[in-house]
Design a protein around this ligand. Structure first.
Ligand SMILES: [Zn+2]
Length: 307
């Protein structure tokens, strides 16, 4: 009897603690999501909303779901109190079941935000990026210039960044007054920021193996970067371990132009081509040469005969 009343007293404290932890988790979830929504709603422009959403939206929702998962563990640990009071063994079983439910929720949320959510988020980001801008001084609707038209409004450094595909600039123009608005977006490829001119135009130009790696010792590689805008050359040496950079031909110390063409692990190349009216075509090739020739030859008129 003595033992049993000690157990019941423990259960009281345990249930209370779980209940407060659950309330804490629920409050934290609301704070995380609400503070993101408030920041999003109060962002000054569509561009500011774009930056915020691309940087924080997935992270915020995922974190909120991890907190919910913890909340599930806590709330499960307040259930079936009558059964639990019969034997201490049930406490452990309930903890285990709570952890299972919590982990399940966290894992499903992870899968959703990793594999499903990028699609809808991308649509939302496109809408934020391409909704016509309004000129704040007169309320006119502005027009987005095409890649060819925009060059006249970008300085040489910006054009060099666009040519390196490291940054993508959108130029909006008020056709009535000629006022422009330039917005900066991330490009498809990476280039380092040049420490002299500050543009993202520093590209790897040459690599040289200074010391071959052996089974027991890392090698050393010299990387030479060149800024495509101001011409600055920057050299950096790095360790070269034996098991990385498989696409690099170590015997010559040069970059192989087509890493895939030398790799017998390559089985299939797929190229998907999307037309402006939403048509999609998927092409499959066994090797890189074929795929490259296809791209050289490709044109939509030829495609129509094929279909
Ligand atoms: Zn530079």
């Amino acid at each position: 009897m003595e033992e049993n009343s000690a157990y019941l007293a423990f259960l009281d404290i345990w249930h209370q603690a779980m209940w407060y932890l659950f309330l804490g988790a629920a409050a934290l979830t609301v704070i995380l999501v609400l503070s993101y929504w408030i920041r999003y709603a109060s962002a000054g422009s569509l561009k500011a909303k774009f930056d915020l959403a691309s940087r924080s939206e997935t992270k915020t929702y995922l974190n909120a779901n991890y907190v919910i998962a913890a909340g599930i563990v806590f709330i499960v640990n307040t259930t079936y109190q009558d059964v639990i009071s019969l034997s201490p063994m049930w406490v452990f079983i309930r903890v285990f079941i709570g952890l299972c439910f919590g982990t399940l929720h966290g894992y499903i949320a992870y899968l959703i935000f990793k594999y499903y959510y990028p699609g809808p988020l991308d649509k939302k980001l496109k809408r934020l990026r391409y909704t016509p801008r309004i000129n704040p001084s007169n309320g006119n609707t502005m027009k987005l210039l095409s890649e060819d038209e925009e060059d006249a409004y970008l300085d040489e450094g910006m054009q060099a960044e666009e040519d390196a595909f490291s940054v993508d600039y959108d130029v909006w123009i008020d056709e009535a007054t000629g006022e422009t608005k330039i917005e900066k977006y991330k490009g498809h490829l990476n280039a380092l920021e040049c420490d002299r001119c500050g543009f993202q135009t520093l590209k790897l130009q040459r690599e040289e193996i200074l010391r071959q790696p052996t089974n027991t010792q890392d090698g050393e590689i010299l990387k030479e970067y060149k800024c495509s805008y101001c011409g600055r050359i920057k050299r950096k040496t790095q360790n070269l371990s034996t098991n990385v950079d498989k696409e690099r031909d170590l015997s010559t110390g040069k970059l192989i132009a087509d890493p895939l063409s030398h790799d017998n692990r390559l089985d299939l190349i797929k190229i998907e081509i999307q037309g402006t009216n939403g048509e999609k075509k998927l092409f499959e090739f066994q090797n890189l040469k074929q795929a490259q020739n296809f791209l050289k030859e490709f044109d939509f008129d030829k495609l129509k005969e094929e279909m």
